[in-house]
Write a protein that binds this ligand. Structure first.
Ligand code: FDA
Length: 410
């Protein structure tokens, strides 16, 4: 892997050489008129869509496995980073931003969903959104479903790689709990399925986070049974209607109910901002989540957690003063919550990525440094993830600011 004087040109030539078969139609560079629209299409966080945001040298939108293999081989040969993107919902933009020279493999063209009602399974390509998955299942059956996230635009590739929870979590667990096979391309360009990769790697890719072990091309889902009719309702309460006395618990894996006095402190902080700007979303755990062991997938937040709190603040422009006010506000709220949530370590969910928890040094990823953020997301499963990474990608080709490091980087 020796970087040449012009890795970008060499990379393009390499792609054409590796696979002249139609790959030129799915390569975008900054001189291409569609480059910006392809890049921006699935960016969900406006903080990483500015003129100052580092941009990829090349975007490849593969039509098939051979295109992905070619992009991996050429990135390795010319020392470029790879960022894999499915739905682009990464909270820190890691699927489309890197400070090192990089290439995006965007799976937007690989989104086929094939549902087999008789066997209660579906094969879903990683570029399919959750909405597309739900739609294709619902087209064929009113009594089968897949338990994954709420937002229809989220991509299957990143979402399931990090666990994936939604409305059916208490009944069925996570999306990753219902993956029964996979097609993954590893750093050597091999296409692996569950049988050929072995159970260790199959365990790691179902919750250990994306862009670490390879490129997921497709997941095989086990569908679950649901009633044909579901009743949904909302109960609205204001503070004047004693809302504080309804909300009985807390945050990313809170083990003890939050005291009323702490809730009052939250309302006070929410009232410091304009209405509609900030949101705390409480997701109830329990049920099936309590029955699945902490080690059955890399996602460890199982029995004993009452609920998770997701903190969000929204603003529509790129006004830097406003950005500062809001990010500082949310950091203070997070700090205020410290006594009421999990401790040693304070826990977090990899799909709600947060670089404030710690980051790898991209040049020379250190195990010790990664352990700081890694145990917050994965608790004791972190070490098993490191072990798998060491076996399958010892050169640490697939990496980002929060990817699992191999052990050689102690
Ligand atoms: P994106 O393409 O940005 O990828 C995320 C990460 O996975 C990146 O590191 C990327 O490189 C890697 N990756 C992507 N595709 C890959 C592939 N094929 N192979 C290997 N690595 C790959 N979560 C939840 O559990 N429940 C929910 O209800 C929601 N709802 C929600 C709503 C909204 C509006 C947002 C922005 C986010 C959520 N999430 C969520 C969080 C979501 O699950 C998380 O951001 C996922 O990683 C998004 O997956 P994408 O493929 O969309 O992201």
């Amino acid at each position: 892997w020796v970087a040449s004087a012009d890795p970008h040109e060499d990379f393009l030539q390499c792609l054409h050489y590796q696979n002249s078969n139609a790959i030129s139609k799915v390569i975008y560079t900054p001189i291409n008129s569609s480059y910006s629209s392809v890049l921006q299409f699935s960016i969900r966080n406006g903080r990483f869509n500015t003129s100052a945001t580092p941009k990829p040298l090349v975007i490849v939108t593969p039509l098939n496995v051979a295109h992905i293999q070619a992009a991996i081989a050429c990135s390795q040969k010319h020392g470029l980073q790879i960022r894999v993107r499915s739905g682009g919902h990464d909270y820190e933009g890691l699927s489309y931003v890197s400070v090192l020279p990089f290439v995006i493999i965007d799976l937007i063209n690989m989104r086929t969903v094939t549902v087999d009602i008789g066997n209660k399974i579906a094969w879903v390509q990683a570029g399919a959104t959750l909405g597309e998955v739900y739609y294709r299942i619902a087209e064929k059956s009113r009594t089968l479903a897949f338990p994954a996230g709420v937002c229809p635009t989220v991509g299957s590739g990143g979402h399931i790689s990090g666990g994936g929870h939604g409305m059916m979590m208490r009944k069925y667990g996570l999306a990753a709990d219902h993956i029964i096979d996979v097609k993954l391309i590893d750093a050597e360009g091999r296409i692996l399925d569950r049988a050929s990769m072995g159970e260790d790697l199959f365990w790691a890719i179902r919750g250990g986070g994306g862009n670490t072990f390879g490129v997921v091309v497709a997941w095989k889902l086990e569908l679950v049974t649901v009633p044909p009719t579901v009743t949904v309702f909302n109960v609205t309460r204001t503070l004047e209607q004693n809302a504080t006395k309804l909300a009985k618990t807390d945050y990313v894996n809170v083990k003890e109910p939050i005291p009323e006095i702490a809730l009052e402190g939250i309302w006070e902080r929410l009232n410091q901002l304009d209405a509609q700007v900030a949101q705390l979303q409480f997701t109830a755990y329990g049920g099936k989540m309590d029955e699945i062991s902490e080690t059955s997938t890399p996602f460890p937040h199982r029995a004993g957690n009452l609920f998770q709190i997701h903190y969000a603040v929204f603003w529509g422009d790129q006004d830097s003063e406003r950005s500062q006010i809001y990010t500082s506000w949310i950091r203070k709220l997070y700090s205020y919550m410290t006594p009421y949530v999990t401790k040693n370590p304070r826990q977090a969910y990899i799909n709600y990525r947060d670089l404030d928890l710690g980051m790898n040094n991209l040049g020379n990823t250190s195990y010790k440094q990664a352990r700081i953020w890694g145990t917050k997301y994965f608790k004791n499963n972190f070490d098993r993830l490191v072990h798998v990474k060491t076996k399958v990608d010892p050169a640490n080709f697939f990496r980002n600011e929060q990817s699992i490091p191999p052990l050689s980087s102690w």
